[in-house]
Design a binder for this molecule. Structure first.
Ligand code: GLN
Length: 225
């Protein structure tokens, strides 16, 4: 009998905890009753069915991945089946082409343009239905967001707006240029959990709740709109 039958099936969600919007993703996972851990070092990748790379600053995240020698270990776990979702800066790290710059992880066939909408003050929010994810409109928050300009033939576009792609996926990678973790909406976290073979619960209402409308990024989005 082969050994792999006895291997424990990965059942945790990880959030890369080097820089950026880590806490908000953890809170969303908690609200879905999903077991999770923060990922700061090589050992933390054990038992991960999925990893979320949060938004933040992609140049900073890329440097920290190098400094803490996490890039190869992440690529290895991805090859063994760990799915990865990159939000905003996370999507930039996952792309195999970054306009005018060197790519970092190169795990999805797409070209992305950093700061595609302009500066921090050009941040904005809107909403859209993403058919594959939910029948209800999903709030979208763009903060100094990139634009996905083009995807390869094995990449499925989940949301196209005007001249850019805002969400896309391959078999093992999900990318969104907006920030679902900065809204109260759980639909994309639920979608990613299912992609990873995990079982999100109905919303756990006893988990910490934020007053999303009053959080500082929302005020920024209001000023900018
Ligand atoms: N502009 C940032 C970058 O280029 C991404 C911003 C974000 O993650 N909200 O990395």
């Amino acid at each position: 009998m082969s050994l792999h039958l006895f291997r424990h099936k990965p059942d945790l969600m990880g959030v890369l905890d080097l820089q950026g919007g880590v806490h908000e993703h953890l809170e969303h996972l908690e609200r879905l009753g999903l077991p999770y851990k923060r990922v700061k070092q090589a050992e933390d990748f054990t038992n991960l069915a999925g990893l979320i790379i949060p938004g933040g600053e992609s140049t900073c995240l890329a440097r920290l991945l190098n400094i803490f020698e996490l890039k190869d270990v992440m690529l290895q776990h991805h090859r063994r089946g760990m799915k990865i979702w990159g939000t905003c800066a996370g999507a930039i790290l996952l792309a195999d082409k970054v306009l005018g710059e060197k790519a970092c992880l190169g795990l999805i066939d797409m070209e992305i343009e950093r700061n595609g909408f302009g500066s921090q003050l050009d941040s904005f929010k809107s909403e859209a239905v993403i058919n594959a994810v939910s029948n209800d409109p999903i709030p979208l928050t763009f903060i100094r967001a990139p634009k996905i300009i083009r995807v390869g033939k094995d990449v499925h576009v989940l949301l196209q707006i005007d001249d850019y792609i805002a969400a896309a996926e391959s078999d093992s990678i999900l990318v969104t240029v907006f920030h679902p973790e900065l809204t109260g909406c759980l639909a994309l976290h639920r979608y990613f959990a299912l992609k990873c073979g995990l079982n999100p619960a109905a919303e756990n209402r006893s988990a910490v709740h934020k007053n999303w409308e009053n959080s500082s990024w929302m005020q920024l989005a209001r000023i900018a709109s």
